[in-house]
Structures are given as C-alpha cells and as structure tokens.
Design a protein around this ligand. Structure first.
Ligand code: ATP
Ligand code: MG
Ligand code: MG
Ligand code: MG
Length: 462
C-alpha cells in the first residue's frame, strides 16, 4: 500500500466512525508559545481537551505535519526516526473513550478492507495500573496475554517521565501498538492516549481530572507505511526513497543501506524535507528558536554532503524531489518551490564558506593536544566550537578517530546542556510546560539515544 493511500484510508476510516476530518495545523505554530514546532497531532486540540473551546464536533481525525528536533541524533541511525514526519490521529473530546479507541485501532490495522496486517505481527503495551485497557485487549479483542505487556510511565504515560512529573498540560495513560515482522525488531507504530488529566504545577496533587475523558492517538505515517511495504526502514517507503535516490545522484554516490554513505544520504533526505516544509512556512534559517533549528538542520545536511565530497550548494537541488514526493498531500508546496530552493541555496553557500575554517579549527585543537600529550578531545572544547562556529561534533569525532584520538561525548553533552540553559535557547517549553528542558525532552522526545558510535544498521529495530 502506497503512503498516500494509507493516509487517505486512515482519514476515511475515522470519518466512517463519525469523525470530522480536520486539516493539519501548521508546522510552526506561532500561536502557541509553548512549542517551536508542532510535535504531535494533539497540539492543535490542547484547548479542546481542556474544555476551553466550544466545538461543533466531538470527534476529529487529522494527518498532522510534525517535527521533533529531540530525535535529530537518531535520524539515519535508527530505521524509524525522522525530524519531520506525519502523524495520523483520531481524537475524542469528551465523546468515546478507551473501548472504542482500542476496538477501532484494531479494526483499522487488521481488517482486510483496511490495512489487513496479520494479527500475530502486533503486540501492545498498557500502563502498569491500567487493567481496564489490558482487559479490553485481552477479553474483547482476544489478544493473548503473552502479547500484552505492562510498562511504567517512561513508556506508557504521555507525555511524561512520571505521571506527576511531566510538563504541565493534558496527559494520561496510554496503550501502544507495536508491529513485528519476522526476523525484525519490534516497531512502535501507534500510541493511544487516554487523555484524562491536566497536570498543573508540582507534585503531589498536580494531576487534575479534566472536565471530560478524551482520546488522543498518534500513528506514525512513515512507520506504518514501512510495515505495509515490508521495507527495512522508513526511508525506503515510496515517498522517501525517491528523495534518497535524488540525494545519491546529486552527490554522485551509490546508495547502500548499511553504509556510512547510506546514513548520510538518509540524513540529508530527512533534513532537506524538514527544511523545505519549514521554509515553505516562511521560517528561514536564523540565529534563534525555530529559525536556529532550521539552520542547524541545514548545516548538518551540508556537512554530510561535504563528507561525501560536495563543495558547493546541493541541497537546494533536492527541493523539487521533496515537492514531487509530498505534493499529493501538500499541493501548496508547488507554489513555493523556487523560493524554498533559493533560501536553502543561500544558507548552504554561507555555510560551505565556513566548513574549511571549521576543519582548520579542529586541526588546531589536535595540534594543541599533541603538544600536551592528550589523547581525548575535551567535550567542553567541542561544545564551544559547535556553539560558536557551528562545527558539528560528529565532524570532530570522525577526524579524531582518524588521528587515533578519543572523543568525550558525556563531557560534550554536559557542556551543551549548560550552554542551552545559559543561552536560553533551549528553555522553550513543550505542551505548556514550565519544567527544565531535560524533563521536556524525556516527556516528548524520549527516544533512547543510540550513541554516536553505534553503527547505523546495528542500531535498534529492523
Ligand atoms: P519512539 O519511542 O519510537 O521514539 P515515541 O514513543 O517517542 O516513539 P510517540 O510520542 O508515542 O512516539 O508518538 C506517536 C507515534 O508517532 C509513534 O508511535 C510513532 O509511530 C510516530 N513517531 C514518533 N516519533 C517519530 C519520529 N521521530 N519519526 C517518525 N515517526 C515518529
Ligand atoms: Mg516510544
Ligand atoms: Mg510512543
Ligand atoms: Mg520518541
């Protein structure tokens, strides 16, 4: 099943269950000061869940453009993470609750006229206290208990790292659905959130029942398409592979999944798609907030190109491939193709001008280390170079490896966390939160970081 067909089927299915089809919200919701980018389908409905907005419908379904910068380091390394991706969702505002959400999810996934996934490829998790959800899965759906596992709040309370300690805002226990193909690791495809609390302030007693019980679900479009198309990574689905191939062609390399080049081409694909959508919405690369994220994504992609031998702007040439792949769902992209390419080309040209300078700065650090007989790159120094000149730590690390030097990742991450707090850059909150960035990251972007030295194709999941 093609990705475009999956998107349409999902929306049609939930329309057939009385949901109103609502358009994707923008990727950069300037109306919401609590986030830089839309992180999930429910974002546009926060006030609906809080009961603050009066509606003429109580069920909605969407395909939402999302961006999770917290996943940036996993892009290309895991088979399943993007920065920009699409999230399918169905929502109930005080209407149906757990039972219907679970039954409809199962029907959509397994019935022949919908996705027709074999039942034995699916497993689920529920929140540790949520016997009600487990009973629905077991007694009503008929899922054997061996395929239902209870998880704690790290996995099954959304968004949170503990029910009372996540960001402020609507939240609840959730049940997640995993797909496992033979010989592959399990893949999380769908999260059903039973949104029933508003979290306000510090524990204890900060979980307040909402005026009504709600449903918020999020299914990854690319992941589910990868399951249906039986490909080893999201990047090989019909809407992403052409961009990967275009990137390979522009960079003059052959694409191979399990290779360093493959990882770089996938990252280029992800980042150029994310930036094309952001620039389309008039978010240009710049020094702060979402603009800074766009700049950082572009730079990382340019560096990957540089490492593949590119010496002049090339990302801009991939914008038409992004538009081709995405125009069915987002025809408006066609109207800005040239503007988007021009903006990207300009930023690329600027950055290409600084890369060689970055390389010489790194070499200077190595010279100093040799003089002092030091064998490990100081993480703080690397963080400084990244913050000041945009010298990516990965470039630093790979060059260090070539010189038989180690790289202090924990020190680097520690220094970056401090930089983030000091510069205020990372103090932006998610989902109306007031907590520190770490808890927010855990809450919304709590992807396990697979490590800079993990080989991309060994990294988790199939
Ligand atoms: P993971 O544990 O794999 O990082 P998650 O638990 O962080 O996923 P949720 O917050 O539950 O994801 O989001 C709902 C759904 O959106 C996920 O089940 C998945 O299908 C999809 N999704 C989440 N993050 C990404 C991403 N970075 N790229 C692609 N799809 C994603
Ligand atoms: Mg998860
Ligand atoms: Mg999840
Ligand atoms: Mg995650």
């Amino acid at each position: 099943m093609k990705t475009n067909e999956l998107r349409e089927k999902y929306l049609e299915f939930f329309e057939s269950k009385g949901h109103t089809r609502v358009a994707s919200d923008v990727l950069v919701p300037t109306w919401d000061p609590s986030v830089l980018f839309t992180p999930a389908g429910m974002n546009q409905f926060k006030d609906h869940f809080l009961g603050k907005v009066k509606l003429d419908y109580t069920r909605a379904t969407t395909c939402q453009k999302c961006m999770r910068t917290g996943d940036i380091d996993n892009v290309g390394r895991t088979p399943r993470h993007h920065t920009f991706f699409e999230m399918l969702g169905n929502f109930s505002f005080g209407d149906y609750f757990k039972r219907e959400a679970i039954h409809w999810a199962w029907e959509f996934l397994t019935h022949k006229e919908w996705l027709g996934l074999p039942e034995d490829t699916l497993t689920v998790t529920v929140y540790k206290d949520d016997k009600e959800a487990a009973d629905i899965w077991h007694e009503e759906i008929g899922l054997p208990t061996s395929r239902i596992s209870y998880e704690d709040e790290d996995e099954n309370f959304w968004p949170a790292s503990a029910p009372s300690q996540g960001p402020d805002g609507v939240c609840g226990p959730c049940s997640e659905i995993y797909y496992t193909a033979p010989g592959r690791e399990e893949l999380e495809i769908w999260n059903l959130v039973f949104t029933q609390f508003n979290r306000v302030g510090d524990p204890p007693d900060n979980l307040r029942p909402l005026p009504s019980k709600n449903i918020d679900t999020g299914m990854g479009l690319e992941r589910t398409a990868a399951a249906l198309q039986n490909v080893e990574t999201n990047f090989h689905i019909d809407t992403l592979m052409p961009i990967v191939q275009a990137a390979a062609e522009v960079c003059g390399v052959k694409y191979k999944y399990a290779s360093e080049e493959g990882r770089r081409l996938r990252r280029i694909t992800d980042h150029v798609r994310a930036c094309a959508f952001a620039v389309h919405e008039n978010v240009y690369p710049g020094p702060q907030k979402e603009k800074y994220v766009v700049k950082r994504l572009l730079r990382r992609a340019v560096l990957d190109g540089h490492q593949l031998g590119m010496r002049e702007p090339f990302l801009c040439k991939l914008v038409p491939a992004v538009v081709d792949a995405m125009e069915d769902a987002y025809p408006e992209l066609k109207e800005t193709t040239k503007r988007v390419s021009d903006v990207i080309a300009k930023e690329e040209a600027n950055f290409f001008g600084t890369i060689d300078g970055g390389l010489s700065r790194i070499e200077a650090v190595f010279d100093e280390m040799r003089r002092d007989n030091r064998l490990k790159v100081d993480g703080g120094v690397a963080a400084d170079l990244y913050q000041t000149y945009g010298v990516p730590p990965e470039l630093f690390e790979s060059l260090a490896a070539e010189h038989n030097l180690a790289f202090d990742w924990p020190g680097y991450q520690h220094a970056m966390a401090e930089h983030g707090e000091a510069s205020g850059k990372l103090t932006h909150t998610v989902m109306g939160a007031k907590g520190p960035i770490d808890s927010l990251k855990q809450a919304l972007h709590k992807t396990e970081f697979v490590g800079y030295d993990a080989l991309e194709c060994e990294a988790t999941v199939a």
